[in-house]
Design a protein around this ligand. Structure first.
Ligand code: UD1
Length: 435
């Protein structure tokens, strides 16, 4: 397990380019398996999760070339296999997009149950119910899901819970199905829109993405080639914004879509952070000696406050003036990292889905864990303002989702050391990825 070591009392200054969105890149890469041609996907973040999915696509028979600056060229015409049960599949949550993609292409798929960050039960029942409604037979055995059909048929699908993954999987499965599929209570996240835009650019007809009713008009003739650029990662952008606010910094982010960050910008403005918004740029600034004001956060599906920013916000509240409350409404067990913040002397009391955070704490550097991707980023934040040295362990989990994290932090003036563990390894991902 690798670790980061950093001293407290640091401040972010400078400029940072934001990478492509992990949560958009994963379904778009998987969607190439649904199509049958040559696709050039630009702005793909080259991180553990996307590289693992690329490996899985290669195992399925795709030709893949990774070019500089995150351009991935995929020839999916050679995919000749609808079974993905290798260990890699279990390493990331996003591999479940292959269910919709391969079922849509071959009428059959066998997939190892997906992994991903461990913050509570992460079922895929909505995905499977949707596939059944489109006419697939679904069998779950041990840790493998199998779906097959003699032909997917359109239907009306209503999701009881707003789910990003299930919405995207239904879109993928319905693109080539007969007739028009309507998805009600669909997720509205920017990455859902990005996948729809990609598919439409390749000849599909997905209407209404970005609203809670999506209509997919099935078509079986799709483009055999095309180029598409992934949207910027709003959670990566949000994390650097939160870091600047926390440390009294002053930074400019490039390659962002400010409208994707509206909830975060509104809430941090409430706390006293100043923003200057350009077309693809955001500047974040704090006045010298400024103290943030506490406020309350409630996570919710987009356009609500994103659950993937919840741990970072928790750290911000430990330094604000007053008591703030964080309510986690998306996941039922996403406060595991709070114990490590308490170890650093944060004053946080959790009760069920809520956490009360008393601000103005002097955090103390110590040894902590990256419990998951976003919680890991939150630990780095805590280390930036703690007194003394903080060592964050198992940073592989952070690097699953933040491209070039250490170098970007260094460019923003942060002194951080990455320590590589040279002791003999067990399969780290096997132990930590399964939820
Ligand atoms: C995606 C993101 C993840 C983010 C989450 C919410 C990827 C790879 N991951 O995860 O980073 O935290 O959106 O923005 O894109 N649910 C069910 N049954 C299902 C599916 C989901 O009950 O079949 C529930 C989940 O338990 C959770 C909620 O729905 O409480 C939201 O989950 P969902 O939006 O599906 O999250 P993911 O797509 O897994």
């Amino acid at each position: 397990m690798n670790s980061y070591i950093l001293e407290g009392g640091q401040c972010l200054r400078g400029e940072v380019p934001i990478s492509g969105s992990k949560n958009a890149a994963l379904p778009v890469l998987a969607a190439t398996a649904l199509l049958e041609g040559q696709y050039r996907i630009k702005n793909v973040p080259l991180i553990e999760d996307t590289l693992t999915l690329i490996d899985i696509l290669k195992l399925l028979g795709a030709g893949v070339e990774i070019l500089p600056a995150g351009t991935v060229v995929i020839d999916s015409s050679s995919i000749n296999n609808c079974t993905a049960i290798s260990e890699q599949v279990g390493k990331l949550r996003g591999s479940y997009y292959l269910l919709g993609a391969l079922l849509g292409r071959f009428g059959e798929v066998n997939l190892r149950m997906p992994g991903g960050c461990n913050f509570g039960s992460r079922p895929i029942d909505l995905h499977l119910k949707g596939f059944r409604q489109l006419g697939a037979e679904v069998v779950e055995a041990e840790d493998i899901v199998s779906c097959r059909t003699t032909g997917l048929k359109s239907n009306s699908i209503f999701f009881d819970i707003v789910s990003v993954g299930a919405t995207i999987n239904m879109i993928l499965a319905a693109v080539k199905a007969e007739g028009t599929t309507t998805i009600y209570n669909a997720a509205r996240e920017p990455h859902v829109v990005d996948v729809a835009n990609f598919l439409n650019a390749m000849g599909a007809s997905v209407q209404g993405a970005g609203t809670d009713i999506i209509k997919v008009h099935g078509r079986d003739k799709l483009n055999l080639r095309g180029t598409y650029a992934i949207i910027p990662d709003q959670i990566e952008a949000g994390t650097y914004i939160a870091m600047a606010a926390l440390t009294g910094g002053n930074i400019k982010l490039h390659n962002v879509i400010p409208s994707h960050l509206e909830a975060l910008i509104a809430k941090l403005s409430e706390m006293g952070v100043s923003f200057a918004i350009g077309e693809e740029r955001i500047s974040v600034s704090m006045k010298p000696g400024q103290v943030l004001r506490s406020t309350n956060f409630v996570t919710a599906p987009y356009p609500g406050f994103p659950t993937d920013m919840q741990p970072q916000i928790m750290v911000l509240l430990t330094q604000a003036d007053g008591v703030g409350k964080v309510t986690e409404n998306v996941w039922n067990n996403r406060f595991q990292y709070v114990d490590d913040l308490r170890k650093m002397a944060a004053r946080i009391v959790t009760q069920g889905r809520s956490a009360l955070v008393t601000g103005g704490s002097k955090l103390a550097g110590t040894e902590v864990q990256a419990h998951d991707l976003r919680a890991g980023a939150a630990m780095v934040m805590a280390g930036l303002v703690a007194e003394g040295q903080t060592e964050i362990q198992q940073v592989e989990l952070i690097e699953r989702g933040y491209e070039n994290f250490v170098n970007k932090l260094r460019d923003l003036g942060v002194q951080i050391t990455r320590q590589v563990d040279t002791s003999p390894k067990e399969d780290f991902f096997k132990i930590n990825y399964v939820s």
